[in-house]
Design a binder for this molecule. Structure first.
Ligand SMILES: [Zn+2]
Length: 68
C-alpha cells in the first residue's frame, strides 16, 4: 500500500481556542485542533440550541372545584 505523504496539510485557526489546527484527514476534529475543542464547541451549541422552555400546563379548563 503506497503511502503518499506529500499531501500538503493546511493550517487553519481553531474556532474554539483560536490556535493552530491541522486541517487534514489525519485530524478528525477539524476544523478544531483537538477533541476537547470540538466537544467544547458542540457543548456550547447544544446548551444554547436545545434550551426548550418547559411546557406550561394550565389546569383551569373545566377542572375547577366548586366549593359549596
Ligand atoms: Zn482548539
Amino acid at each position: 500500500m503506497p503511502e503518499s505523504s506529500s499531501v500538503p496539510e493546511k493550517i487553519v485557526t481553531c474556532p474554539q481556542c483560536k490556535g493552530d489546527s491541522v486541517y487534514a484527514p489525519r485530524n478528525p476534529y477539524r476544523p478544531f485542533c483537538s477533541a476537547r475543542c470540538k466537544n467544547l464547541d458542540l457543548g456550547a451549541w447544544a446548551s444554547e440550541s436545545f434550551r426548550v422552555p418547559a411546557p406550561e400546563q394550565f389546569e383551569d379548563d373545566g377542572t375547577q372545584t366548586h366549593l359549596q
